[in-house]
Design a protein around this ligand. Structure first.
Ligand code: NAP
Length: 295
């Protein structure tokens, strides 16, 4: 059986065209959504992520500013920049690209962002509201996964979902969103990590398997149930092409697993485009909330 491919990039394009319309409506009411991205240091992967975020913002008509700070930036300097962005009425979303250099306390930085402008959804106030099921800015990758499932017509209600990975940016929040008592939730979720005793026992039970471990091709065909839906979040650089482009692999052994399951996301082109799109969604949402506009 050849699996159906869930192309996040197509679903992301559909969401982006909805967003572009909303942005035009906001502009007609005098509101231009504004996003600032802050990059500390010169990590090439971070540079390319930030570039992609700014490009997408511009294409959609979001006002976007990129602030590049040197690697030796102090915590105080970064806090001062964030405080200025918090005060700036033209900025609705603030994104600090992670990871940060060692001299800067990541948790302190994330907590200094105004929760209303926290478009990454990492501020403790937003995390708390997410857990409580209250309206808030949701973390982009987990929210993107929920949208991907919804828009691909995958039945989540009552499904056995197994998540591999318990990071604060993917595993924990996606598990949390999928247990919420609302559309896109109502699943029965198991969360696996490095201390899980028999991971294959769990992954083989999954109707929906979500893998975010950062270990290339760790999920093999013998670890999945026939007919399952597999969401591969992993983005691992496993080499370099002759033209100097990074060769990427997911956390799932795509060729083997795709033979057995009902549907699977490719890497690249699966979850990745959804993450950027949900960042744009959050920026628009933050702008609407700030202006008190409901569309
Ligand atoms: P992370 O912070 O390194 O967390 C990895 C998690 O996986 C940890 O909870 C770890 O368990 C677990 N894990 C690692 N190896 C395992 C193993 N052999 N068996 C069971 N569990 C294992 O990673 P992350 O930030 O969540 O990212 C995960 C992957 O997703 C990476 O490849 C990253 O590049 C990718 N990612 C993609 C997007 C996107 O937009 N497509 C966004 C974010 C991340 P312990 O807690 O026990 O250590």
């Amino acid at each position: 059986m050849a699996a159906e491919l869930i192309y996040g990039k197509n679903i992301a394009a559909a969401i982006q065209s909805e967003l572009a319309e909303t942005i035009q409506q906001l502009k007609s009411q005098g509101v231009v959504p504004g996003l600032v991205t802050i990059l500390v240091g010169e990590d090439p992967a971070s540079q390319s992520y930030v570039r992609a975020k700014n490009n997408t913002a511009r294409v959609l008509g979001i006002h976007s500013e990129q602030r590049n700070l040197p690697t030796d930036t102090s915590e105080q300097e970064l806090l001062a920049l964030i405080a200025a962005c918090n005060r700036d009425p033209a900025i609705h979303g603030i994104l600090v690209q992670l990871p940060l250099p060692g001299q800067i306390n990541e948790a302190k930085i994330l907590a200094s962002i105004d929760p209303a402008k926290d478009v990454d959804g990492f501020h403790p106030v937003n995390v708390g509201k997410m857990v409580l099921g209250e309206p808030c800015l949701l973390p982009c990758t987990p929210h993107g996964i929920v949208e991907l499932l919804l828009r691909s017509g995958v039945e989540v209600t009552g499904a056995e979902v197994v998540v591999v990975g318990r990071s604060n940016i993917v595993g924990k929040p996606v598990a949390n969103l999928l247990i919420q008592k609302r559309q896109g939730g109502n699943a029965t979720v198991t969360l696996c990590h490095t201390r899980t005793k028999d991971m294959a026992f769990h992954t083989r039970r999954a109707d929906i398997l979500i893998v975010a471990a950062g270990v290339p091709k760790m999920i093999t065909a013998d670890m999945v149930k026939e007919g399952a839906v597999v969401i591969d979040v992993g983005v691992n650089r496993i080499g370099m092409s002759e033209s100097g482009k990074a060769i990427l692999a997911g956390d799932v052994d795509f060729a083997g697993v795709a033979e057995k399951v009902r549907a699977i996301t490719p890497v690249p082109g699966g979850v990745g485009p959804m993450t950027i799109t949900m960042l744009m969604h959050n920026t628009v949402q933050a702008a609407k909330t700030a202006a008190g506009i409901q569309l």
